[in-house]
Design a protein around this ligand. Structure first.
Ligand code: ADP
Ligand code: MG
Length: 237
């Protein structure tokens, strides 16, 4: 099976600064693809391009064989794309359950939104906080709810931007398991994450971005030994 998501030669400029320079990657159904790189490398900008929040100067984004480069975020969402943001973007005054319900009702495959939400609450272990408003949640729990909200739209391509930031080790472990389950259900998961332990353990394939350019790609065990990757991370600790 071919790639569900294909990004080719994407260039983005902010003023004179090239945040992305001919960057490309692909993500396959049933697999977890990692996008890593130092701070400021362009990872979030690439997510913005993929989900239609930023128009590139040049390049192409294809989902399921269909070019979506000129489609807005809502149309892409209807084609099965969902993402989380690096900063939490929940409805603060809605309960966890209602945050999920809003997303489930927007989901392109209708069916019973309540059943979808109950399933997600169970899978994410959110039963205890289902009726808590999002504002009152600890950061780690808020992150899980955001992932749940993306799941509720039943995406075929799921972009996760630093989803484990603020999770404790137990939550991170549970989260890793969840990501694997989502991929096993056939979702193409694209993960931006700083926790290298998590990246190395859940990703099937990695792309490394540095200064707006993909400098390496391949299975984690190959990429982690790549000289160019080691050099890019020097000084990052
Ligand atoms: P990452 O997510 O890998 O840390 P970003 O995509 O956030 O990197 O940023 C890539 C580069 O683009 C950085 O140099 C950043 O300062 C710059 N940048 C990001 N967003 C904007 C913006 N809205 N305006 C100007 N520069 C930006
Ligand atoms: Mg970022």
């Amino acid at each position: 099976m071919g790639s569900l998501l294909e990004v080719e030669a994407v260039t983005v400029s902010f003023g004179g600064h090239r945040a992305l320079d001919q960057a490309g990657l692909s993500a396959e159904a049933g697999r977890v693809t990692g996008l890593i790189g130092p701070n400021g490398a362009g990872k979030s900008t690439l997510f913005d391009v993929i989900c239609g929040l930023r128009r590139p100067v040049s390049g192409r984004v294809t989902m399921n064989g269909r070019e979506v480069t000129r489609l807005g975020p809502a149309r892409r969402a209807r084609h099965g794309l969902a993402r989380t943001f690096q900063r939490l973007e929940l409805f603060g005054r809605l309960s966890v359950r209602d945050n999920l319900l809003v997303a489930a009702e927007l989901g392109r495959r209708h069916g019973d939104a309540h059943a979808v939400v109950d399933d997600i609450i169970g899978r994410l272990g959110l039963d205890q906080v289902a009726d808590t408003t999002a504002d009152e949640l600890p950061t780690g729990t808020g992150r899980l709810v955001e992932v749940g909200r993306a799941m509720a739209t039943r995406p075929s391509v799921l972009l996760l931007d630093e989803p484990a930031a603020g999770l404790d080790p137990t939550e991170t472990e549970k989260f890793a398991e969840l990501v694997r389950t989502l991929a096993a259900d056939g979702v193409a998961v694209l993960l931006v994450e700083h926790d290298m332990g998590l990246v190395m353990s859940v990703c099937d394939q990695l792309f490394v971005l540095d200064l707006g350019t993909i400098i390496s790609s391949g299975p984690p065990e190959v990429v982690r030994r790549d000289e160019a990757v080691l050099a890019a991370y020097l000084g990052e600790g």
